[in-house]
Design a protein around this ligand. Structure first.
Ligand code: ARG
Length: 457
C-alpha cells in the first residue's frame, strides 16, 4: 500500500507528521478484534454477492493466517502504515493480492475502529466484572470468619459505636456490588454494532448488518450512522465506572493503611504484599495499598481527558478521537491490575481481633445505649443525651469506663438507673441490640452474609 492515501496526493507525507499521526504503536492491541470484525464483514460481503464467494473465502483465510502471525509475535508492524487497520489490510493484500483489495468495500476506518473498540471494551468489561466478583468472594470469605469480631465503628475517624468486622467488610461488598451492576449496564449499552455506518452516512451497497452483528455477538445494530462513528460515550462510561470502582478500592486501602499502623494495629498485611525501606530496617510498608490509592488519581485523570477530548467535536468522526485509546487502555489495565492485587492483598491480611476488641472498649462506645436505656425508662432523648454526656465527662475526669461505674455513681446522675443497665453495656449486647435490617447485629450480619453469597452465584 502506498505511504499516502490513494491518488489524491503528489507528495508523500512529512516524516514528522507520519510519527505524529500514527496510532499503531498502541492500537495494535486491537488486532484480534479488527480481524474478527473483518472476517465477519468479508463473510457478509460474500453472502450478499457484493464480492465473490471465492474472494471472501480467500480474505477469511488470509486474515486467520495474519492473526496467527500476530499471536506468534512474528508480525511486523509498520508505523508508516499509520494504524492497526491499515497494517492488517496491507498485510492481507501482500498475502492474497487482488481479493485483499476488496475487503474495504462498504466500510470505512471510522465504523471499523468504532467496531473494534466496542469489541475490545466488551471483553474488558466482562473481565472487570469477573475480577470484582472474585474480590467480593474474598471479602465474604473473610467476613464469615469475623461475624463476632467487634471493633469501633468510626465517624469523623473518632470512636462512634461498636460494629461487627463482618459488617464493616460487607459495606465494601455492597459498594462493589453496585460497581458490578454499573459495569453490567454499560456492557448492555455498548454491545451495539456500528459497522455498516461506513464513513458517516452509510453505504449504497446491499449489506446485511444484522448478519454481521450476530457473527460478532452484538445484541443490536446502531440506529444512526453519524452517531455510531462519532461517539465514544461508552468509553467514557467505562472510565466513569472505573473511577467509582477505584474510589471504593482507594477508601478501603486508606483504611488498611491506617489500620496497619502500630497505633491501630487492626491488621497485619502479609510480607508478600508489603515492602521494606532502603534505610530503615524495621519498616514494613503498605505500599501496595498506597499504590492502589495513588492509581485512583490516574484513572480520574483519564476520565477527565476523555470528556475533554470529546466536548467540542462536531459530527461526525474527527481525528481527535484517536486520543481515546491510550487513556481507555490505561484505565482498563490499571483497574484490572488493582483488582488482582487488592484481592491478593486481602487474602494475605490478618485481622487482629484482640486489638480491635481492645480498641472498642475505649471511647465510650456504649454511650448512645445508656441514653437509649434512659429513654426506655421514660426520660426524653435530649435530656438523656445531656445526662449521659455528663456521665462521660465524669468518666474522662476519673479515668473510668462506663462499665466501671458503680450503680451508686450512676444514681448520682439519675434515679432511673438500675442494675439492669450493666448487662446492656457489654459490647456484644450493644451490637446485637441493633437487630433491624441492614444493622450490625450479628443475626442481621449473618443474614447479610447469606444474601451476599447468593449474589455471587
Ligand atoms: N486510528 C484512527 C482512530 O483511532 C482510526 C480511524 C481513522 N479514520 C480517519 N478518518 N482518519 O481513530
Amino acid at each position: 500500500m502506498s505511504k499516502q492515501w490513494g491518488g489524491r496526493f503528489e507528495k508523500p507525507v512529512d516524516k514528522m507528521v507520519e510519527m505524529f499521526t500514527q496510532s499503531v504503536s498502541f492500537d495494535s492491541r486491537l488486532a484480534p478484534y479488527d480481524i474478527a470484525a473483518s472476517i465477519a464483514h468479508a463473510e457478509m460481503l460474500g453472502k450478499q454477492k457484493i464480492i465473490s464467494r471465492r474472494d471472501a473465502a480467500a480474505i477469511v483465510k488470509g486474515l486467520r493466517e495474519i492473526l496467527r502471525e500476530i499471536d506468534a509475535g512474528k508480525f511486523r508492524w509498520d508505523v508508516s502504515l499509520e494504524d492497526v487497520h491499515t497494517n492488517i489490510e496491507a498485510a492481507l493484500v501482500a498475502r492474497i493480492g487482488e481479493a485483499g483489495r476488496r475487503l474495504h468495500t462498504a466500510r470505512s476506518r471510522n465504523d471499523q475502529v468504532a467496531t473494534d473498540v466496542r469489541l475490545w471494551a466488551r471483553d474488558q468489561v466482562d473481565c472487570i466484572i469477573e475480577k470484582v466478583r472474585l474480590l467480593q468472594h474474598t471479602l465474604v470469605r473473610i467476613a464469615e470468619q469475623h461475624v463476632s469480631t467487634l471493633l469501633p465503628g468510626f465517624t469523623h475517624l473518632q470512636h462512634a459505636q461498636p460494629v461487627s468486622l463482618a459488617h464493616h467488610l460487607l459495606a465494601y461488598f455492597e459498594m462493589l456490588q453496585r460497581d458490578r451492576q454499573r459495569f453490567t449496564e454499560v456492557r448492555n449499552r455498548l454491545n451495539v454494532l456500528p459497522l455498516g455506518s461506513a464513513a458517516l452516512a452509510g453505504t449504497p451497497h446491499p449489506i446485511d448488518r444484522l448478519f454481521v452483528a450476530k457473527k460478532l455477538g452484538f445484541d443490536r445494530i446502531s440506529e444512526n450512522s453519524m452517531d455510531a462513528v462519532s461517539d465514544r460515550d461508552f468509553l467514557i462510561e467505562i472510565c466513569s465506572c472505573s473511577a467509582l470502582l477505584m474510589m471504593h478500592l482507594s477508601r478501603f486501602c486508606e483504611e488498611l493503611i491506617v489500620w496497619s499502623s502500630p497505633e491501630f494495629g487492626f491488621v497485619e498485611i502479609g510480607d508478600e504484599f508489603t515492602t521494606g525501606s532502603s534505610i530503615m530496617p524495621q519498616k514494613k510498608n503498605p505500599d501496595v495499598a498506597e499504590l492502589i490509592r495513588g492509581k485512583t488519581g490516574r484513572v480520574y485523570g483519564s476520565l477527565m481527558a476523555l470528556l475533554t477530548v470529546m466536548k467540542g467535536l462536531p459530527l461526525a468522526y474527527n481525528r481527535d478521537m484517536q486520543e481515546d485509546k491510550e487513556r481507555a487502555f490505561d484505565v482498563v489495565d490499571t483497574v484490572e491490575n488493582c483488582l488482582d492485587v487488592m484481592t491478593g492483598m486481602l487474602a494475605n491480611t490478618r485481622f487482629c481481633s484482640d486489638r480491635m476488641h481492645a480498641a472498642a472498649e475505649q471511647g465510650f462506645l456504649e454511650a448512645t445505649d445508656v441514653a437509649d436505656y434512659l429513654v426506655a425508662k421514660g426520660v426524653a432523648f435530649r435530656e438523656a443525651h445531656a445526662l449521659v454526656g455528663r456521665i462521660v465527662l465524669f468518666c474522662v475526669k476519673n479515668q473510668k469506663r462506663l462499665t466501671e461505674l458503680t450503680l451508686d455513681e450512676y444514681r448520682t446522675f439519675s434515679p432511673c438507673f438500675d442494675d439492669d443497665v450493666f448487662p446492656l453495656l457489654r459490647l456484644e449486647s450493644v451490637v446485637n441490640r441493633r437487630n433491624t435490617p441492614g444493622a450490625t447485629g450479628m443475626r442481621q450480619v449473618r443474614r447479610a452474609l447469606q444474601k451476599a453469597k447468593k449474589a455471587l452465584e
